[in-house]
Design a protein around this ligand. Structure first.
Ligand SMILES: O=C(O)[C@H](O)[C@@H](O)[C@H](O)[C@H](O)COP(=O)(O)O
Length: 228
């Protein structure tokens, strides 16, 4: 794992946004379009605010999520709402957003439709930004869920999976491990000493069913982006 540490979260947000913008712009120059997969949660809010102002040809960028909570798109817990509020504005308002939600009551009934949408995006994704929970989950690949083996199965052929965490609220829809790993640039964005301690714990052993972030760290060239 490569590591980039910043002195403050403000510096992280500014420098990381500039790097993401640079990668997206290069991808647009090379292949006409670029793709950005982001995570929800609280960590990326400040980054999104700055990234939304970046000088990128956003009309050629597809933005989607690594995972979504199965709530309506105007619910406070919705990752889509978070992205629409903090990222898809200013210059980034021109980006094309690929939603992971449908009106189905159960995420299992949405897998086919959402898979078609995500599979229509060019692969590899250009930029994937992952977060991590204190239980070692990433995206919505939760160690407590019955679906964790299927989510980590590199040969499942599945892009998305419905997940029911038992230690966190809301049913989820999540990209599977093989779908997430099909990305050119994978960043793990963490802030605070507590998350760093969880990461150290993840790096100290191998069982990815116990801490799913290990599966990403073991199978991809990940760059940690961290500030206290
Ligand atoms: O929808 C989600 O919950 C996420 O995508 C999830 O994987 C998140 O990145 C971590 O739980 C960290 O969340 P915080 O940034 O809030 O700590």
């Amino acid at each position: 794992m490569r590591e980039t540490h910043y002195a403050t979260q403000q510096e992280l947000n500014e420098q990381f946004a500039a790097r993401i913008a640079h990668i997206l712009q290069n991808s647009i120059a090379r292949q006409g379009r670029a793709s950005l997969l982001v995570s929800g949660g609280r960590t990326p809010v400040g980054l999104f605010e700055i990234l939304s102002q970046a000088d990128v040809d956003w009309s050629n960028v597809d933005v989607s999520l690594a995972d979504e909570r199965w709530v309506s798109a105007d619910d406070e817990a919705s990752n889509e709402k978070l992205v629409r509020t903090h990222l898809l504005k200013n210059n980034a308002a021109a980006a094309h957003f690929v939603s992971l939600t449908t009106t189905a009551a159960d995420a299992n009934d949405a897998i086919t439709e959402v898979t078609e949408r995500v599979n229509a995006m060019a692969r590899p994704f250009d930029v994937l930004i992952l977060g991590m929970g204190e239980d070692g989950h990433t995206a919505s690949l939760f160690p407590c869920s019955e679906q964790i083996k299927a989510g980590l199965d590199m040969h499942s052929g599945q892009t998305l999976i419905a997940v029911q965490p038992t230690t966190a609220p809301h049913q989820r829809i999540s990209l599977t491990l093989p779908a997430l790993l099909n990305s050119r640039n994978i960043f793990l964005h963490l802030t605070g000493d507590k998350k760093k301690a969880v990461l150290d714990q993840a790096l100290s052993a191998d069982d990815s069913l116990e801490m799913p972030i290990r599966a990403v760290l073991q199978n991809a060239d990940v760059e940690l982006i961290w500030a206290a």
